[in-house]
Design a protein around this ligand. Structure first.
Ligand code: GDP
Length: 442
């Protein structure tokens, strides 16, 4: 994965007025010169300049283009690179790329530009992953998350954790060098403070994952209630203005339906579920199983009842879940007896804004907009979890007076897991796994 041969790929989706083809590697500028007819050679051009000319294949002109020239080490990949802006035709793009391949480039693999940027030290692994999140961002909140991470906010938090841990480990390892003399350089109560502090920071990052993940994936919101209470009507009202896609999840006669909508900068992912009731119908049972699953996975549960109905029982929700009771068809009844319920008419839209505000208030975006580090990547969360477990073992080792050697081993493990996030500690397999999920040209 440390090649610096010349790679080429489309950098934009086709279909627009302009498409960009990107090429990087040693000799990329000279390679482009072989097919570029402009006022002067690109190889003689000052870096970070843009040049008008034609891409020619012998006598044939493929397109009029603009070429931007970047020189190592100040480019995205850290290598010599060019970006060729062509007319946004799939045909022209493929002709230009195959011409470049005939002149010494090869097609890039998925994520290969970003791998090179990572290997050149242009960004750490969490920043490279944020590039993918940035491209996938579909709301103000998910954009803010990706943007903070891409600009290195998260990396800085992790670096400061690593520094603290390295200090502890070095002190302990210094003791080992003087083991004959039984000295303790690392004051144990100071150590305990440092470990506590690190543990608290790792804990805070892990805790932030619930919000970070919800924002990235869309806040999972299940709508439950008896058949005909108005769930589909509410869903259509919530997403209608947003023109979100409503798609049936294939399978049974009474299916769950999922829809997305953006409420004040946050994506919500609604699941309209099958009513929960006992039934012998196998298809309906399958629908109910799906409802239970949607319920378990939801961050918010909207329980829908009919205004004026009797015998209201709130559904049980788990830790970290929020229950919002909505009494629908308030246009048909004046009964407002269920405390804390939001009375709405899904049909007319009355009260739905209050519901939107309540939904939005469950997601705290202030700290995200302020640039606070929030974990949104499941791989990072898993690494933090392993780091936290190793830290707990280190704490136990400290309390039971175990040797500095054992203690420092555990601390080295914490360091390793944190290093996996930034890529300080990594393997080709991990890199392949991460970057293969990127698209070509990224
Ligand atoms: P679901 O089975 O829970 O998805 O319920 P639907 O959304 O299909 O609605 C069932 C019936 O209730 C339909 O005939 C709707 O038009 C009606 N309905 C839904 N919301 C309201 C409302 O706010 N007021 C009134 N009067 N009828 C409603």
């Amino acid at each position: 994965m440390v090649d610096n041969d010349i790679i080429v790929a489309p950098a934009t989706a086709m279909g627009g007025a302009i498409a960009v083809i990107r090429m990087s590697g040693e000799g990329a500028v000279e390679c482009c010169d072989k097919v570029f007819a402009g006022r002067s050679r690109l190889a003689d051009a000052a870096p970070y300049t843009v040049h008008y000319g034609r891409i020619v294949d012998g006598d044939r002109t493929l397109d009029d283009v603009l070429v931007s020239v970047f020189r190592a080490p100040h480019s995205y990949t850290g290598e010599d690179s060019v970006e060729i802006s062509i007319h946004g035709s799939k045909y022209i793009a493929s002709e230009v790329m195959s011409l470049l391949v005939r002149n010494g480039a090869r097609m890039a693999r998925a994520g290969e530009f970003s791998v090179r940027a990572f290997l050149a030290g242009k960004m750490d692994l969490s920043q490279a992953e944020a590039v993918a999140d940035m491209i996938a961002a579909d709301s103000r909140a998910s954009h803010a998350l990706a943007s903070t991470q891409m600009r290195g906010g998260y990396s800085r938090s992790l670096q400061s954790l690593r520094r603290q841990l390295l200090d502890i480990a070095s002190l302990l390892e210094l003791e080992l060098d003087f083991s004959e003399e039984e000295v303790e350089f690392a004051d144990r109560s100071h150590l305990e403070n440092l470990l506590n502090h690190t543990g608290a920071e790792i804990g805070r990052l892990m805790e932030s994952f619930a919000t970070g993940n919800a924002i990235k994936e869309g806040v999972a919101t299940a709508i439950v209630g008896a058949p005909n209470v108005g769930k589909s009507t509410l869903l259509n009202r919530l997403v209608g203005e947003d023109r979100a896609m409503i798609s049936d999840i294939a399978g049974t006669t009474r299916d769950t339906v999922e829809a997305h909508c953006n409420i004040d900068g946050v994506q919500f992912r609604f699941v309209d579920t099958a009513g929960i009731r006992t039934t012998d119908d196998r298809l309906e049972q399958m629908g109910i199983e799906r409802t239970m699953k949607a319920l378990r996975e939801a961050r918010i549960v909207i329980q829908m009842i009919e205004a004026g109905c009797s015998g209201f029982e709130p559904v049980a929700v788990g830790d970290g879940q929020t229950l919002i009771v909505v009494a629908n068809k308030a246009d048909r009844s004046d009964d407002r007896s269920v405390n804390d319920a939001i009375y709405i008419s899904a049909k007319s839209g009355d009260g739905v804004d209050e519901l939107r505000a309540r939904l939005r208030s469950t997601v705290d975006t202030e700290r995200i907009y302020a640039g606070e580090t929030v974990v949104s990547n499941a791989r990072h969360f898993a690494a933090l979890q392993r780091a936290s477990e190793a830290l707990t073992r280190a704490m136990t080792a400290l309390h039971s007076g175990l040797s500095g050697e054992l203690l420092s081993e555990e601390i080295r493990e914490v360091l390793q897991h944190i290093g996996e996030i930034t890529g300080d500690v990594t393997s080709d397999d991990i890199l392949k796994n991460i970057f293969s999920k990127f698209c070509i040209g990224k």
